[in-house]
Write a protein that binds this ligand. Structure first.
Ligand SMILES: Nc1ncnc2c1ncn2[C@@H]1O[C@H](COP(=O)(O)OP(=O)(O)O)[C@@H](O)[C@H]1O
Ligand SMILES: [Mg+2]
Length: 346
């Protein structure tokens, strides 16, 4: 494999938890991101999936430097960007851009679409000389499938899907190499989601982009991802190529998420085992000992409360080449059985 474009290792973001108004005293920490590792190759799409509150947005914000990691490294082309400052940092930031979740609130309602898309040029004037900006913005509108004549319109004059196209055009303005898309279609109608995903797919080959594509639902990232990482309570619990995750999930959390994905084929729907996840994601201020998923896991045993399972290829699959041979952070990843018989719905 060639050197990855982006290499994240041991990434942590802990927010201090304080008590008192005048004499603020730290009483704990919100472990929003608690040890995340992954790589992103050139031209690749890595999907990141997990329930709300698992730390996905916090990872995204650290990648685009909106948050500083508490600990860990983010290497871009081999260089640790968390140590950069000044001009070097600016150059890296130009190459890693973000597309935000909510096209209704992420666009300034008082700015024209042209100003919104062209705003990054204020910080990076070298990318588009002033006299050429209008034309470049019109090009970007065209590229995302919007009429270039709409350049003077305001966000409220567009539909949700069109607004997300505007958000994507802004993300492309600086010609980045990496786009971090934080739930870019979650706020959109189902019918519009596919259009925006298809657009992003096309733009990826057109502009040779690498994507970190975040979603809370495994069905959304399926079509666009080459690999998928499943996040739970601040950590990646399973990661692998598409087929490995969808056809051979070995972590109970992934199995549960997959069981909630709608299947178009009614027979497949009948055959599959339904796993109902009970309870909510525990608070990141109070992460369970051992395996952090154990409090909601039907496979959990004594050992799970004591030993933290490493994210690694299970020993039994280490020499195999099949779809089971991918990293999973479960003590029982080698077991075939998905749901205990007594909990199966007949
Ligand atoms: N600035 C912050 N201060 C304290 N806690 C935060 C902050 N930002 C996020 N969190 C907490 O960190 C956890 C992860 O949040 P987030 O990254 O937004 O998750 P996701 O995007 O997966 O829904 C949540 O419990 C959230 O409440
Ligand atoms: Mg989020």
């Amino acid at each position: 494999m060639t050197e990855p474009l982006l290499e994240v290792s041991g990434l942590h973001k802990h927010y201090p938890l304080t008590q008192g108004i005048v004499f603020r005293k730290q009483v704990g920490a919100v472990r929003a991101v608690d040890g995340v590792d992954f790589t992103l190759g050139r031209g690749e799409t890595l999907g990141i999936v997990g329930e709300s509150g698992c730390g996905k947005s916090t990872v995204a914000k650290m990648l685009v430097n909106l948050e500083r990691p508490t600990r860990g490294q983010i290497r871009y082309k081999g260089e640790d960007v968390t140590r950069l400052s000044g001009r070097a940092l600016k150059a890296v930031r130009r190459n890693i851009q973000m597309v935000f979740q909510d096209p209704y609130t992420s666009l300034n309602p008082r700015m024209t679409v042209g100003d919104i898309i062209g705003e990054p040029y204020e910080i990076h004037p070298e990318v588009a000389p002033k006299g050429d900006r209008r034309r470049q913005v019109q090009d970007l509108l065209d590229v995302v499938g919007l009429n270039p004549e709409y350049i003077n319109r305001y966000p409220h004059q567009f539909s949700g899907g069109q607004r997300q196209r505007i958000g994507i055009a802004r993300g492309l303005a600086l010609r980045p190499e990496v786009i971090v898309a934080d739930e870019p279609v979650s706020a959109l109608d189902v019918s519009v989601q596919a259009q925006v995903i298809n657009l992003m797919d096309r733009l990826q080959s057109e502009f040779d982009l690498s994507y970190l594509f975040i979603a809370h639902d495994l069905s959304i990232v399926r079509h666009i991802s080459d690999r998928v990482g499943v996040m739970y309570l601040g950590r990646i619990v399973e990661i692998g190529r598409d087929a490995e995750i969808y056809d051979h999930p070995t972590h109970p959390y992934t199995q549960a998420l997959l069981s909630a994905v709608p299947l178009p084929d009614p027979q497949a729907r009948e055959r599959r085992e339904r796993i109902i996840l009970t309870g909510d994601v525990p608070s990141p201020t109070n992460i369970p000992s051992g395996c952090r998923f154990r409090t909601r896991c039907w496979k959990a045993q004594e050992r799970c409360a004591q030993e933290v399972p490493a994210l690694a290829v299970p020993a039994a699959f280490r020499l195999a080449t099949g779809p089971a041979a991918h990293p999973s952070a479960c003590h029982f990843a080698e077991e075939k059985q998905v749901v205990p018989p007594e909990e199966r719905e007949s």
